[in-house]
Design a protein around this ligand. Structure first.
Ligand SMILES: Nc1ncnc2c1ncn2[C@@H]1O[C@H](COP(=O)(O)OP(=O)(O)OP(=O)(O)O)[C@@H](O)[C@H]1O
Ligand SMILES: [Mg+2]
Length: 293
């Protein structure tokens, strides 16, 4: 296998891609034999610390995610997975370190080496580059599916209504729900609501999608339909950071699987290595626990 750093450099013509990529792990060949080419780093988390009232939840977390990469984050309850995602999307402030996402230093502007905190509307603009999909879907209950999908593009991005609706219909097609545009969330199953939530996130044309346990509130028979949509997105080159314990998804779609333990990343490996030769005792303990079920 040739180095992906070189491939990224040849295709994009950007030397920075190659030099940054040199320090990163090789992405694996896909299970279907195709080799995926990753782009430049798009999310960089450097030595991030976060405490809540003296509870040190993120203890110097560092992570680089490249364009088109799918990174799965697993770990015990309370290990800091949601907090890490929320810090990346600046739903939480950080105490120390820095996060650069989609070209933005999240929460700050740097002038002459000095950091200046951004105002709320400037932070909102940074957040727009990323889409977040939550465990409990968080759809607006009082408006239809298509309105759920179009409200942000129309109000925030000022997309003309007819265009937003046309794009929403294409997204509903993509998530397998073309007939549901006029339904209300309560008329849909959990799996269908989650697929609408994914369509809603995609409607803002994010550069990165963050998922926080997107299937853990679903009945077992609905998990596959949501994971299928996510696997499709990964094949289409969407950059995704996915907190999940669905290890089948990790095997099928992840480029890397991370284990968080007590606020630190203790394993960061391609799925093959994560499952067959983990380096951390915590990963072995985690795997033996989930494989019991
Ligand atoms: N807003 C908050 N205020 C106070 N403590 C918080 C807050 N958010 C998270 N915590 C604490 O931070 C720690 C990590 O929480 P986090 O939600 O990131 O864990 P997690 O790995 O996502 O767990 P789970 O698998 O249960 O979702 C926990 O001890 C939690 O109680
Ligand atoms: Mg969580």
């Amino acid at each position: 296998m040739s180095t992906h750093g070189e491939m990224a450099m040849t295709e994009t013509g950007q030397a920075t891609a190659a030099s940054a990529a040199d320090t990163l792990p090789e992405p694996p060949a896909r299970p279907n034999g195709k080799v995926k080419t990753l782009g430049e780093p798009i999310v960089t988390v450097e030595q991030v610390h976060k405490s809540f009232h003296g509870n040190h939840v993120l203890k110097g977390v560092s992570l680089t995610v490249r364009q088109s990469e799918v990174v799965v984050i697993a770990g015990r309850s309370g290990s800091g997975k949601s907090t890490l995602l929320r810090c990346i999307d600046r739903l939480e402030t950080i105490d120390d370190g820095r996060i650069v996402a989609c070209g933005n230093l999240m929460g700050f502007r740097e002038t002459n080496g000095r950091r200046v905190a951004l105002r709320d509307h400037e932070i909102a603009r940074q957040q727009r580059e990323m889409g977040m999909v939550f465990q409990n879907f968080n759809l607006f209950p009082h408006i239809s599916v298509i309105d759920n999908i179009t409200v942000a593009p129309i109000r925030i991005k000022k997309v003309p209504r007819a265009q937003a609706r046309e794009e929403a219909r294409a997204l509903l097609e993509r998530v397998g729900l073309p007939e549901k545009e006029n339904a209300y969330p309560r008329q849909l199953s959990g799996g269908q609501q989650q697929r609408v939530a994914i369509a809603r996130a995609l409607a803002m044309k994010p550069q990165v999608l963050l998922f926080d346990e997107p299937t853990s509130a679903l009945d077992p028979e609905m998990i596959a339909e949501v994971l299928d949509v996510m696997v499709d997105l990964s094949h289409q080159g969407m950059t995704m950071i996915v907190v999940t314990h669905e290890m089948g998804f990790a095997r099928a779609a992840a480029d890397r699987v991370l284990l968080m333990h007590e606020g630190s990343i203790v394993e960061d490996a391609p799925p093959e290595d994560f499952f067959t030769k983990p380096t951390s005792d915590h990963t072995r303990a985690f795997l033996s626990k989930i494989l019991q079920h």
